[in-house]
Design a protein around this ligand. Structure first.
Ligand code: GLN
Ligand code: ZN
Length: 799
């Protein structure tokens, strides 16, 4: 058995990107799904990736022996990993469990994630305030729960063989259950946390197995502790934490320095991590709660959360892993300030350096990207910008520098501190970071700029101008991105297709989509968005103040990755962005065409946003650029403009106390973007990816004339909620679930529509799909939209 250090390593990261620098895991997993490789090929590829990762982390300065290196790999999702660890699959997937030990094999694991035939996959939802999505476990009284899967132990051994002692990282038992939902077969009043003791018993067995092979440290992530907006009462959560960690930390004997060689520890030392926010959520101070447990170290997020103001009883005997390096954004850290924080924390007890969250949310390595040359220039990437950034690998460097500075003194890292200070000063002074014209325009804004004319007047003007039937039909914007569109864009990006040829190809596509909508009999048409690779990146490429990356991939869910643009400077619109497409579409038809813009909050949510000014100010800069675009769309004869805000709910703060302020500025930025529109211009918005119960007030506050919402899966649940809240604007609850390849029948759509017109004034109701159609195929979209139009006609006739 190896010797075990009592204090936590002096520096670590809470987790590392797992998709691979060149998205190796994505490729390997998707090849397996396509049946091109077998499960062994996938395990071999993943094993190579894991070994490369731990070696890289050591190369970057983490200690190979003391558990500094996180073992944070996942084939798909860290919450699904716990489902597999416990064998806790819903009834419809029980046949996938091994008859002997209740484990899931790799193919079974993916089946739970992706579904099979009629068996729906686990639902997917956003992970805290990030754009990462996890799978929601379904738990009931009878869900199997045991220590079923030994992958964590195997991966530890694999790294050990490669010469690196890792620290296994898992979602903790309380967060796992707090994020679960009651399975369909659960009894009335059941909450997944009712199974806490069973789950904790399985974790205890896992810890024993890890202790037996000499694992020095394990990390249990409990981000549920930083929020008070989960569906669990705060006291219940507090009690669960106390109970769980009494069983795991107090009742099992930890490894310790003075163990003689014959005593096998019952568990590794435990680092309990609380990323994504402040531990003072609601009434309780959960740092005090954690300090009172027998865990050995506590990791706190000091980017989103505040450092403890004074001594915390119990903390002096634990290591406080101070998450000073931002795991959720790409800016280079102010090392002087971070060191100061770290030094002051020493008064509370032993301190180690950490990241605020796993590095899962940032790309691998800024040095993988090209920062010079024509492609970089077009994308706004410059060597100067590069200097201001830290991706995952650079952040590991920051952690090790800070750890060295804290241990050996500032002189030891003087060079690194100087370099960071210079880079920061360079960023603050760079042209484009502050653009006086943008600042002046913001400073001159008056209350009136956020307010449109009276609602009644708008309704009348729009009715006269648009002459729409009752229950008007429309779509959310995008039509399928066909292989031809993708091929053309790829060729254009490589320079094989010139601008004129690319534009001609996209215009031909716009015309096709317009004609199709006319044939289908839709009332308000769209241009179909063929020219947009992504609804945020498209605008980021056209606005000043943004850079986009070629390789800056970040996992969004499973094998799906996104490349968030970097919003580094004041935002300005050098020229119109959508007129060439929407205006062209409008010129082709007598029907109204809806112009399509992405709203300020969504642009912020899906970018890496500058951290040197309040989000609200950045949002208003984006809003002003969009406001100018709305004016240009109106001038081009576009009568309807939609400003999408699918991420409005996503940025809602985790603590209730912070929510009101967020809703105030986010709603204001949307209004700033749209309030310049004439009364006769109909403003639409679109929200999706979430339940909207909590933001009903904000939906009304947006003051859009029409709001379309995802609603098909929840069977129009939101419509009565809006009606109860007195909502009196246009509402388009989605009647076609576009997340599934299934084509709904006209009868199904009719039924949903009837539900909607039963609970709210039918004159307010619009008929549309749940979301854009870009991920679907025409073979599904054409019949589905035909059914949607038929259903609208049928219900119209009954009004
Ligand atoms: N207009 C966008 C589209 O149709 C909206 C996408 C979204 O809500 N995520 O694709
Ligand atoms: Zn949507």
């Amino acid at each position: 058995m190896s010797t075990i250090t009592a204090a936590f390593p002096r520096g670590t990261v809470l987790g590392y990107p797992r998709i691979g620098r060149r998205r190796e895991l994505k490729r390997a997993v998707e090849s397996r799904w396509a049946g091109r490789t077998d499960a062994v090929d996938l395990e071999v590829a993943a094993g190579t990736l894991r070994r490369d990762t731990v070696r890289r982390l050591v190369e970057l300065g983490l200690d190979p022996e003391d558990g500094s290196v996180p073992g944070s790999f996942s084939y798909y999702d860290q919450v699904l990993d716990v489902v597999a660890l416990l064998g806790a699959v819903p009834a419809r997937f029980r046949d996938l469990l091994d008859a002997d030990d209740g484990s899931l094999d790799l193919d079974g694991y993916f089946t739970v994630a992706r579904g099979r035939g009629e068996d729906a996959p686990l639902e997917m939802t956003k992970w805290f305030d990030t754009n990462y999505h996890y799978l929601v476990p379904e738990i009931s009284e009878t869900t199997p729960v045991s220590f079923a899967d030994h992958r964590v132990v195997r991966e530890y051994a694999e790294a050990k063989e490669a010469g690196v002692t890792t620290r296994p990282v898992l979602v903790g038992p309380v967060t796992f259950l707090a994020l679960s939902k009651a399975a369909d077969d659960a009894g009335e009043g059941f909450h997944p946390l009712d199974r806490l003791d069973d789950v904790v018993a399985a974790y205890a067995e896992l810890l024993r197995a890890l202790g037996a092979v000499g694992v020095p440290w394990v990390q249990l992530d409990e981000p549920a502790l930083v929020t008070d907006s989960l569906d669990v009462a705060p006291e219940v959560l507090d009690e669960a934490v106390t109970r769980a960690y009494r069983a795991l930390a107090s009742d099992l004997a930890p490894a310790s320095e003075d163990d003689d060689l014959d005593t096998v520890p019952e568990r590794p030392r435990i680092l309990l991590a609380a990323p994504y926010g402040d531990l003072r959520a609601g009434a309780t101070d959960r740092l005090a709660l954690l300090a009172g447990t027998d865990v050995d170290a506590v990791a706190v997020d000091l980017v989103k959360g505040a450092a403890p103001a004074g001594p915390v009883p119990g903390l002096e005997t634990k290591t406080l892993v101070a998450g000073v390096v931002d795991g959720h954004n790409v800016w280079r850290a102010d090392l002087d300030a971070k060191l100061e924080t770290l030094e002051s924390l020493r008064a509370l007890g032993p301190v180690a350096v950490g990241t605020s969250t796993s590095l899962l949310h940032v790309p691998h390595d800024a040095d993988d990207e090209a920062w010079e040359g024509p492609a970089a220039e077009r994308a706004g990437r410059t060597p100067r910008l590069r200097r201001w950034l830290a991706f995952a690998d650079q952040k590991v460097g920051e952690v090790t520098t800070l750890a060295r500075g804290l241990a050996e003194g500032r002189d030891d890292v003087a060079g690194e501190l100087d370099e960071a200070r210079d880079a920061l000063a360079d960023r603050a002074a760079a042209a484009g970071v502050v653009v006086p014209a943008v600042r002046e325009r913001l400073a001159e804004l008056a209350d009136g700029d956020f307010v449109r004319g009276a609602h009644d007047e708008r309704v009348n003007a729009q009715r006269a101008r648009l002459a729409l039937p009752p229950l008007p039909t429309t779509t959310i914007g995008s039509f399928p991105q066909t292989p031809e569109i993708r091929t053309a864009r790829a060729a254009w990006a490589k320079g094989e297709l010139d601008d004129a040829a690319y534009t001609a190809a996209m215009r031909a596509e716009v015309e096709r989509v317009v004609r199709l909508q006319e044939e289908l009999g839709l009332d308000v048409l769209v241009h179909g968005e063929p020219e947009r690779n992504d609804m945020v990146q498209y605008f980021a490429e056209l606005l000043d103040g943004f850079a986009t990356t070629a390789l800056g991939w970040v996992q969004s869910y499973g094998s799906r990755c996104v490349r968030p643009p970097i919003l580094w400077g004041d935002v300005q619109r050098p020229e119109p962005m959508t007129i060439a497409w929407s205006g062209y579409a409008a010129s082709l038809t007598d029907k109204p065409v809806k112009g399509m813009l992405t709203g300020p909050v969504t642009i912020l949510a899906w970018s890496f946003v500058r951290d040197d000014q309040p989000l609200a100010a950045t949002a208003n800069q984006v809003a002003l650029a969009l406001r100018d675009e709305v004016a240009d769309l109106e001038a081009a004869g576009v009568a309807v403009v939609q400003v999408d805000e699918p991420a409005l709910r996503e940025l809602l703060p985790l603590r209730r106390d912070d929510q009101e302020e967020y809703l105030r500025w986010s709603v204001a930025s949307f209004r700033l973007a749209t309030a310049g529109a004439a009364p006769a211009t109909q403003v639409h918005t679109h929200l999706c990816y979430s339940e909207f119960g909590e933001v009903v007030g904000a939906i009304d506050g947006l003051d859009a004339d029409v709001t379309s919402l995802e609603a098909a899966r929840s069977r129009m649940e939101i419509v009565p909620e809006l009606a109860d809240a007195g909502y009196a604007r246009g509402i388009g609850p989605g009647v076609y679930d576009i997340h599934s390849p299934r084509v709904p029948s006209a009868d199904e759509v009719t039924e949903l529509l009837r539900l909607a017109v039963k609970s709210i004034d039918p004159s307010l109701v619009w008929v549309n799909p749940d979301c854009g159609l870009k991920t679907r195929r025409y073979a599904e979209v054409e019949p589905a939209l035909a059914h949607l139009v038929a259903a609208a006609r049928e219900v119209r006739a009954t009004l």
